[in-house]
Design a protein around this ligand. Structure first.
Ligand code: FMN
Length: 351
């Protein structure tokens, strides 16, 4: 848990990461960083995490997932993002940012996707032309350059959960008859290459991607295809997918997928996520051989989760309620409601 992790020349002080988690409603339609965002990431850095991956941040205004999420589509957004990296670096943590194109799942009335598709019975996504594909890859590269200017140590492409790269990886969404249909990983490969070319060798470029896209077999095939173009793989679920783990496996299916990918590429830094919510969960996940554990909702309940576990102190747990962490932009979360896990944790600490 305490061992440092090296990704190329970047040294991360321990095996605890905060995965990207959007804080809807903190910014507005312009996507600028607010004081709340800065305070939030600063608190997590104070909480002992070795790596903080800043939430899904839109590479263009059109490609957003919601109209109140952070943006990195314009140079004027660099200044606010720099305040986040400064705050995080002050406490010895490293900081990546997740670059998002929401694909068929975006808020645009006619969002881009590999093939025509209908999302949530609302979005009528249109098959991207080769010209739009090239333009989108360029948008990713430009966003990554802004991230470097803002002081991030690296970028993570959002390649899972049904957004654009995930749509391309997944045969249930990608029905193209061209080279992007023949090779489902081609769009991700071209994007990773363009981003790396734009930012240079002294910057980390990785991907969050689905082990099940839609099946584990497909996920492993995709992982092999992108292997030489990525510096790390942060393994999660795909979009429309079938995820499972064998009976008796101690962690979630997503951790199982991360373990299977680590087995076939032992030199690749692999992050695992989902329901790693206690010290025992952390130990079980790391024992599968993965390099990093992502603490999602647990870090929202207790921003000092990493420090508390490392110091054998009481820590907060996610209680798996359904609607307090502003997860769903389509159902306005009530900002007056408090996370029950955080309330319970505060009770323990105050006693
Ligand atoms: C409030 C919230 C926002 C999230 N936003 C993102 C995001 O921006 N990008 C992403 O890849 N995953 C996002 N996720 C998924 C988390 O990164 C993580 O994979 C998921 O919560 C499972 O981990 P956990 O069980 O530790 O919470 C979000 C999850 C939550 C709860």
């Amino acid at each position: 848990m305490r061992r440092e992790l090296k990704i190329k020349d970047l040294s991360i002080k321990n095996r605890f990461a905060v995965p990207p988690m959007v804080c809807f409603y903190w910014t507005d339609d312009n996507g600028y960083v607010t004081e709340k965002n800065i305070e939030h990431y600063k608190e997590l850095a104070q909480g002992g995490f070795g790596l903080i991956i800043v939430e899904a941040t839109a590479i263009t205004k059109r490609s957003r997932l919601a109209d109140t999420e952070l943006g990195i589509w314009d140079d004027s957004q660099i200044e606010g993002l720099k305040k986040i990296t400064d705050a995080v670096h002050e406490y010895g943590a490293k900081c990546f940012i997740q670059l998002l194109h929401a694909g068929g799942n975006g808020i645009d009335k006619e969002p881009d996707a590999p093939s025509d598709m209908v999302y949530r019975n609302v979005n009528h996504a249109k098959e991207m032309s080769k010209e739009t594909i090239d333009k989108t890859i360029d948008d990713f590269a430009k966003a990554a350059v802004r991230a470097k200017k803002a002081g991030f140590d690296g970028v993570e492409l959002h390649g899972c959960h049904g957004y654009l790269l995930s749509n391309f990886f997944n045969l249930r969404n990608n029905k193209r008859n061209d080279e992007y249909g023949d090779n489902k990983a081609l769009f991700a490969i071209e994007t990773l290459k363009a981003v790396k070319d734009a930012v240079g060798d002294d910057f980390i470029v990785g991907i969050r991607f689905g082990a099940f896209e839609p099946t584990l077999e497909d996920g492993i095939k995709n992982a092999k295809a992108i292997k030489e173009y990525t510096d790390f793989i942060d393994v999660s679920y795909g979009g429309d997918c079938d995820a499972s783990a064998p009976e008796g496996f101690k962690c979630s299916p997503a951790v199982y997928g991360a373990m299977k990918i680590k087995e076939i590429m032992p030199d690749m830094p692999i992050f695992a996520v989902h329901n790693i919510n206690s010290k025992e969960d952390v130990i079980n996940a790391l024992e599968t051989g993965v390099d990093m554990v992502d603490i999602g909702k647990g870090s929202l309940v207790d921003p000092h989760f990493a420090k508390h576990i490392l110091n054998d102190e009481p820590y907060g747990h996610c209680l798996h309620c359904s609607n307090y962490c502003r997860w769903n932009p389509w159902e306005m979360a009530d900002p007056n409601k408090k996370c029950p896990g955080a309330i319970k944790f505060a009770d323990i600490v105050l006693k």
